[in-house]
Design a protein around this ligand. Structure first.
Ligand SMILES: NC(=O)C1=CN([C@@H]2O[C@H](COP(=O)(O)OP(=O)(O)OC[C@H]3O[C@@H](n4cnc5c(N)ncnc54)[C@H](OP(=O)(O)O)[C@@H]3O)[C@@H](O)[C@H]2O)C=CC1
Ligand SMILES: O=C(O)[C@@H]1CCC=N1
Length: 261
C-alpha cells in the first residue's frame, strides 16, 4: 500500500515543521511537530532516527503509542533490536536498518535486519519503503556493526578522499572548481564501474596500472604510506565504536549482540 501520510518530529518542532513543509504533497501529506507520541499514535510504521545516546528517551516518548501492530524501524548505529524490544510493549516488531547518505540522491545502500518479533512481511515492507533510496540488502543482525563500518560510515571516507584529491589537483595547478569536478567524477565513475562491471576491484586497479606508468608510481606511494592498512584499521575502529555506542546507551544491557572479530 502506498504511503499517504507522514508525520515528522524533532525536539525542535520548528525544524520538523520546516522539513515537513518542504516535502508536503510530494508523494504524501507531510506534517511536522515536536510531539513524538502524537506522531506515533495510529501509525503503521514508526521510524526512529535519533542518535543512539537519545534513543532511550525517544522510545519512552512513543512507548504508549505503539503495540504489536506497529512496525518500529530504527536507523541508529550500534543499538541491537533487543534494546528496542526491552523498552517497548511486548511483541512490537522491530527492524534495524543501516542506511547511508547517498540515499538522498537514490544511490544509497541500506542493510536491513529483523528483530525477534519481525516477520518476513515486516522486512519486505521496510525494503519497499526504502526502495527509492537505492540498494537494499538483508543481513543477520550480528553483521550490522561491520555494515556500519563499511557502507554506513563509508561515504565519509570517500568524501575525505575526494577532498584530498581535489586539494592535490589544486596544488598541481588545476583551477579549484575543476579539481573538485575531476576528483568527484572520478570517484563516482569508478564506484559505478566497480559496482556494475562484475570484476574484482584488484583487476580494475591493474587495468589502470600500465607497466612503468603513472599509476604504479602513485600506488607505490600509497603502499609506502600504508593507505590500504589504514582503511582496514579505520573500518575496524568504526565497528568497535558501533559496539561501544550500544554499551554506552545501555550499560546494563550487555546482551552480546553486535560485532565480533
Ligand atoms: N549520518 C549518517 O550518515 C548516518 C546516521 N545514522 C544514524 O542516524 C541517527 C541520526 O544521526 P544524525 O542524523 O547524524 O544525527 P543528528 O543529531 O544530526 O539528527 C538527529 C535529530 O534528532 C533530534 N532528536 C534528538 N532527540 C529526539 C527526540 N527524543 N525526539 C525527536 N527528535 C529528537 C535531534 O535534535 P537535537 O539536534 O536538538 O538534539 C536531531 O535533530 C543516528 O542514530 C545514527 O547512528 C545511520 C546511518 C548513517
Ligand atoms: O557516525 C555515525 O555514528 C553514523 C552511523 C553511520 C554513519 N554515521
Amino acid at each position: 500500500d502506498a504511503v499517504t501520510e507522514v508525520a515528522v518530529t524533532d525536539v525542535r518542532g520548528d525544524v520538523a515543521r520546516e522539513v515537513a513543509a518542504r516535502h508536503d504533497g510530494e508523494a504524501a501529506s507531510v506534517s511536522g511537530g515536536a510531539d513524538n507520541a502524537a506522531a506515533a499514535a495510529g501509525a503503521d510504521v514508526v521510524l526512529l532516527a535519533v542518535k543512539p545516546q537519545y534513543m532511550a528517551d525517544a522510545l519512552a516518548s512513543v512507548r504508549d503509542a505503539v503495540g504489536p501492530d506497529t512496525l518500529v524501524v530504527s536507523i541508529a548505529a550500534g543499538l541491537p533490536s533487543t534494546f528496542y524490544e526491552r523498552r517497548l510493549p511486548a511483541g512490537v516488531p522491530v527492524v534495524r536498518v543501516m542506511p547511508n547518505t547517498p540515499a538522498t540522491i537514490g544511490r544509497g545502500v541500506s542493510a536491513v535486519s529483523p528483530g525477534r518479533h519481525a516477520s518476513p512481511d515486516h522486512v519486505a515492507l521496510v525494503e519497499t519503503l526504502l526502495a527509492g533510496t537505492g540498494l537494499v540488502v538483508s543481513v543477520p543482525e550480528a553483521l550490522q556493526s561491520a555494515v556500519t563500518a563499511i557502507s554506513g560510515s563509508g561515504p565519509a571516507y570517500v568524501f575525505a578522499m575526494v577532498d584530498a584529491l581535489a586539494e592535490a589537483g589544486t596544488l598541481l595547478g588545476l583551477p579549484r572548481a575543476l579539481a573538485q569536478q575531476l576528483a568527484a567524477h572520478t570517484v563516482a565513475g569508478s564506484g559505478v564501474y566497480a559496482a556494475e562491471s562484475g570484476q574484482h576491484a584488484a583487476i580494475l586497479r591493474e587495468a589502470v596500472s600500465s607497466p612503468g606508468g603513472t599509476t604504479l608510481a602513485a600506488l607505490a606511494e600509497l603502499d609506502e604510506r600504508a593507505v590500504r592498512a589504514a582503511y582496514v584499521a579505520a573500518a575496524r575502529a568504526a565497528a568497535r565504536r558501533a559496539d561501544e555506542l550500544a554499551r554506552e546507551a545501555d550499560p546494563e544491557g550487555a546482551d552480546g549482540e553486535g560485532h565480533r572479530e
